[in-house]
Design a binder for this molecule. Structure first.
Ligand SMILES: Cc1cc2nc3c(=O)[nH]c(=O)nc-3n(C[C@H](O)[C@H](O)[C@H](O)COP(=O)(O)OP(=O)(O)OC[C@H]3O[C@@H](n4cnc5c(N)ncnc54)[C@H](O)[C@@H]3O)c2cc1C
Length: 433
């Protein structure tokens, strides 16, 4: 398939896992989700599987998780995982405590930052090493590559009251001035300097097919109550924003997450860029707003900037295989061009590729979870300097390159005796699997 489907809103938020209000984790029935396994001794941990997603009781803690009800934990986590509460708690992978996976040779591995235990599923023999490579690799090295993950354990966080702000302004005012750009720029200046990590959410720019007038939208969430010191870091923009904004309180993150909507568009081409502080130049805004308001653009267009930075940027760039540019980024912007008619695929993809090329002049690095499928320099774009180590781990854990997918570690290499030394020359799709 030449395109990916993406939600219009991209606003559905984190996976919420129910847990105890109190401290003891003894009786799972009382406070965990069906299917969850609990440890009596770990007050901040609950292990969950796919069946727990989205189901919660009223006493909640949260785990950093993916946007949209269609996103599941397997791909989300192995791609890194951003979230509306990521600025506060880090990426999905920053919250991963351990992983269990079936490796390409059928053995079962359990890994965390202190090492790896491998069980031969035929003989039952176990071996342990203090090598944490596989745990490192799955925290951003991509799905379908290092093993089939059967279990992930995440850190839980206490849930909190939240304040939501929804702001929307037309791009152009009645005199034809681009007020949307000023609106976005003033918010980004705050975001890249002094906005507290308790603030997360999205900045969006959208325009319908056949139109040049669109909207700039801010959908912000503050993890904590109105008037707290972290809340007040939004103050510099409030006087300007208040005429365009609605404010409301939610009693916890679960309420926020379950009320988010998904909607699927038709045929969609997406592309992503990680934007750092120095990306937000007048040239960048000119490009973005010209792209959006271009009268020749024959598609719906939505760019969703997920707010990153905050505590995500306090994690060392070598801690996970994510592109180090993620740790200096403030926005992960994913744009989607959508159209209805399949006969327009070729025209639209060619148009989208041109737009993407221009867009990639700004920022550094690409988020593995939301790229263009045609990204030419994908190894560097997704992982930067970490690609070499990822490939070495892939070689060790899957020497026959059995596990693969499009633009994944080792996917450009030919299967066979020396497959790791022989890049494919034609369309880049791996001859494996
Ligand atoms: C509407 C929408 C909203 C999104 N919002 C966000 C967001 O807020 N934050 C974010 O970070 N990303 C977001 N994404 C991107 C999303 O994280 C990726 O599309 C991700 O690949 C989805 O994972 P999946 O498991 O649902 O998909 P799948 O297509 O099922 O899996 C993706 C890849 O991972 C592999 N995989 C899945 N499970 C396992 C497993 N258990 N073991 C080994 N390999 C596995 C699959 O084989 C496949 O190669 C969004 C995507 C969409 C379409």
């Amino acid at each position: 398939m030449i395109s990916r489907r993406i939600s219009a809103a991209l606003l559905v938020l984190a996976i919420v896992v129910a847990a105890a209000n109190g401290r003891a984790f003894g009786n799972c029935e009382d406070y965990c989700l069906p299917g969850a396994r609990c440890w009596p001794t770990h007050e901040d941990i609950v292990q969950f599987n796919e069946s727990t997603k989205g189901r919660a009781n009223k006493r909640v803690r949260v785990v950093v998780g993916g946007s949209s009800h269609t996103v599941t934990i397997g791909g989300y986590t192995q791609g890194g995982g951003h979230s509306p509460i990521g600025r506060k708690f880090g990426l999905g992978v920053d919250n991963l405590l351990d992983v269990e996976l079936v490796s390409a040779n059928g053995s079962l591995a359990h890994a965390d930052k202190d090492g790896t235990t491998v069980t031969d599923t035929v003989t039952g023999l176990q071996s342990h090493s203090s090598n944490p490579d596989i745990f490192w690799a799955v925290r951003g090295g991509g799905g379908s590559t290092f093993g089939i993950i059967t279990s992930l354990t995440f850190k839980l966080h206490f849930d909190s009251k939240m304040v939501m702000i929804l702001c929307s302004t037309p791009i152009f005012d009645e005199q034809g001035r681009n007020i949307g750009q000023n609106f976005m720029d003033s918010f980004n200046q705050l975001l890249t300097t002094s906005l507290a990590p308790e603030w997360g959410g999205y900045e969006l720019i959208r325009v319908n097919q056949g139109e040049t007038q669109g909207n700039v939208i801010l959908f912000l969430n503050h993890y904590g109550e109105w008037g707290s010191p972290s809340f007040n870091t939004i103050s510099p923009v409030l006087p300007t924003f208040s005429q365009h904004c609605l404010f409301y309180n939610v009693s916890n993150f679960l309420e926020y997450a379950v009320n988010a909507n998904d909607s699927l568009y038709y045929r969609t081409y997406i592309f992503n860029r990680l934007l750092q502080r120095d990306s937000f130049t007048p040239r960048f805004y000119n490009y973005l707003f010209n792209m959006v308001t271009d009268p020749n653009r024959k598609s719906f267009l939505l760019c969703t900037g997920v707010l990153v930075g905050g505590n995500i940027n306090h994690v060392s760039s070598d801690e996970t295989p994510m592109n180090p540019s993620f740790r200096t980024a403030f926005v992960s912007m994913t744009c989607a061009l959508s159209w209805h008619d399949p006969s327009r695929d070729e025209e639209m993809i060619s148009h989208a590729e041109n737009v993407t090329k221009g867009f990639l002049q700004f920022g550094k690095g690409i988020f593995f979870n939301e790229p263009s499928v045609y990204q030419p320099d994908w190894k560097t774009a997704y992982w930067g300097v970490h690609y070499g180590r990822l490939l070495a781990i892939k070689r060790e854990w899957d020497p026959d390159n059995i596990l693969t997918c499009h633009h994944c570690v080792g996917s450009d290499l030919v299967k066979g005796a020396n497959f790791y030394d022989n890049p494919l020359s034609s369309n880049g799709l791996p001859i494996v699997g």
